[in-house]
Ligand binder design. Structure first.
Ligand code: FAD
Ligand code: NAP
Length: 536
């Protein structure tokens, strides 16, 4: 027999996903409690305050589309807004829709236990009382569990120790300092040029060279902004239906079938446009090694043109993976930074960092002393935040044991054996390979429709079936196998975390097609889900 819970739903996280989930559910009359471990809203944009932090999707579509008034009223100052502006935007959203009052801040959820007798979730945050809810909605983020590398002694570094994903709120001044940066992923690539401009000396420890593309960030153009505002409905619709949740045309021509001279011109055109649009040049960039090699050759030439020292240029050219299949960072003078006299690249591929002692980073062949050490080693992505909790479903089974071989979900939304638990942008959804605000809105809308449907029908429990989950996992894996993604070790596979099972965590079937499929499933009476029980 069900018991009346404290809340209809608990939402965990106050980033793009949690804020919209709370807005949407409360607007439908659900009684909702939000929990956020940070002291305020913002998610990624609350934590990642390193210099140079900004979005890599252009702001006019890396933003909410759910409110016509909001998108008409808000004006972005840059093509890709910087972290303070995005944080300000999310704060504005929280104020505008009066969302903060639903949240407890500084409240890290530690346990989620499904009570089978009462058909409710028992939720406990650090130091807080247990609350009960019919539904739990995870909005804990794909890139929110900080990854500290397992380098002995690193946490005891005797200078100033900083992690890009947990950056101090006060400005960090690097003037006159000897700085080391570990990592060359998207966070490091954004931070390095800014640190280099201030520091006395900067050394960048690179384990794997990355393909870096130009962002060409710039101040917003008022004419373009006016055009966007006049066309927002079409822009959002294009995002909703495109493979990457972006308002751009998908490619139509094959790189291999395009003559070399035209191919170069097309790559140049997309290089000059900037950003991830480079990957909309040709249809076969992600499926054919030979086609991908033509893109690599183009970018290799750009690196050689920009970087003055031939040895540094050679070290910066990736050799380990095709372009695009390990998240390519977007730069703001990244390659140019290595022409500065105060910057050195330390290639640690063959001489890894062995330990940190006092203020010294020790590699297999040298010691380097620093005042500041910036750790830009990313996240335990996609599953990290969820698996940090003690989550128990039916029969007391833990999520950790269910996902021992890697994450397994239906649509990235639900897990068999964990009733009434929804995961926004969860594992095996398009999530991090789509423009995320669009992906978030699609999931929240789908979940809200489902809860509304259950309320109208007097249904208390929804649960994905094991068969639907197994089919989804094998469908998602099959698509990965048709792409070049398995040619790179990456956080998409979880291989950045020692001991984590190697399973691709993202659905590659395209956002638009995925979204249609979710709608079709709902229209077919939530195919693949099982409904049981009626609440009091
Ligand atoms: P988050 O913003 O990560 O929010 C999750 C929240 O959950 C966090 O505030 C966290 O503190 C909270 N939380 C986690 N665990 C708990 C717990 N146990 N208890 C309570 N609270 C908890 N995506 C794009 O599409 N385009 C971009 O340009 C882009 N830029 C990015 C830049 C950076 C620096 C990073 C790190 C990521 C970027 N992303 C980008 C991906 C980013 O994850 C999404 O764009 C978006 O911010 C996700 O929002 P979210 O609400 O799902 O998750
Ligand atoms: P990341 O891409 O995982 O990069 C981590 C870096 O640290 C890699 O260069 C990695 O090397 C290195 N590293 C990890 N452990 C190491 C060790 N023990 N010794 C030496 N080097 C080590 O992390 P991130 O840069 O924070 O980015 C994560 C994701 O967040 C991005 O891919 C992106 O999706 C998102 N992000 C987005 C933006 C944006 O859109 N504006 C900005 C920042 C981040 P290896 O490659 O060899 O593992």
């Amino acid at each position: 027999m069900s018991r009346v819970p404290d809340y209809d739903a608990v939402v965990i996280g106050a980033g793009f996903a949690g804020l919209y989930a709370v807005q949407k559910l409360t607007s439908l009359g659900f009684h909702v409690a939000g929990f956020e471990r940070g002291e305020d809203v913002g998610g990624v944009w609350y934590w990642n305050r390193y210099p140079g932090a900004r979005c890599d999707c252009e702001s006019y579509y890396y933003s909410y589309g759910f409110s016509q008034d909001l998108q008409q009223d808000w004006t972005w100052s840059r093509r890709y807004a910087e972290q303070p502006e995005i944080l300000n935007y999310l704060g504005h959203v929280a104020d505008r829709f009066d969302l903060r009052r639903h949240f407890r801040f500084g409240a890290a959820v530690e346990t989620l236990v499904f009570d089978e007798a009462d058909e409710i979730w028992r939720v406990r945050a650090q130091g807080g009382p247990t609350v009960t809810a019919r539904f739990v909605i995870s909005a804990m983020g794909c890139l929110s569990a900080v990854n500290w590398p397992d380098i002995p002694g690193i946490r005891s570094f005797q200078g100033r120790l900083l992690h890009t994903a947990d950056w101090p709120h006060d400005r960090v001044n690097f003037s006159g300092r000897r700085v080391g940066v570990i990592g060359t992923g998207a966070s490091a690539v954004q931070a390095i040029p800014h640190i280099a401009r201030e520091a006395a000396h900067l050394k960048v420890f690179q384990r794997t060279a990355n393909w870096v593309l130009p962002a060409w960030n710039r101040a917003s153009d008022p004419d373009f902004d006016a055009w966007v505002k006049a066309h927002y409905s079409e822009i959002r619709e294009r995002c909703a239906t495109s493979p990457g949740a972006v308002p751009f045309d998908a490619p139509t021509q094959s790189a291999l079938e395009t003559p070399e001279v035209d191919r170069q011109a097309i790559y140049q055109k997309y290089w000059d446009l900037g950003g991830m649009r480079f990957f909309t040049a040709f249809t076969d960039m992600f499926s054919n090694l030979e086609a991908n090699a033509t893109a690599q050759a183009f970018v290799r030439q750009q690196i050689l043109k920009i970087v003055n020292d031939p040895e540094t240029a050679r070290a910066l050219i990736p050799t380990t993976h095709p372009i695009g299949v390990k998240r390519p960072p977007l730069d703001d003078d990244y390659y140019e930074t290595f022409n500065r006299p105060n910057v050195n690249l330390v290639d640690i591929r063959n001489a890894p960092i062995i330990e940190v002692v006092g203020q010294t980073v020790r590699t297999a062949d040298a010691d380097y002393e620093f005042d500041d050490l910036v750790v830009a080693t990313g996240f335990d992505a996609i599953t990290g935040a969820l698996l940090a909790l003690d989550v128990r479903g039916r029969g007391g089974v833990t999520l950790q044991s269910r996902w021992r071989e890697g994450p397994s979900t239906y649509l990235g939304l639900g897990v068999a054996g964990f009733p009434n638990l929804f995961t926004i942008t969860g594992p095996l959804s398009p999530a991090v390979l789509a423009n995320m605000p669009t992906a978030v809105e699609q999931h929240v809308d789908w979940i809200a429709d489902c809860l509304d449907h259950m309320r109208r029908e007097g249904i208390g429990v929804i649960e994905t079936t094991e068969a639907a989950e197994a089919d989804w996992v094998s469908h998602a894996n099959e698509i990965v196998g048709q792409t070049l993604y398995p040619h790179a070790e990456s956080w998409y596979f979880g291989t950045n975390i020692p001991g984590k099972p190697r399973r691709f965590g993202v659905y590659l079937g395209g956002f638009g097609a995925y979204s249609d499929r979710c709608d079709g499933i709902a229209q077919a009476g939530y195919e693949g889900f099982r409904f049981t029980s009626a609440p009091n």
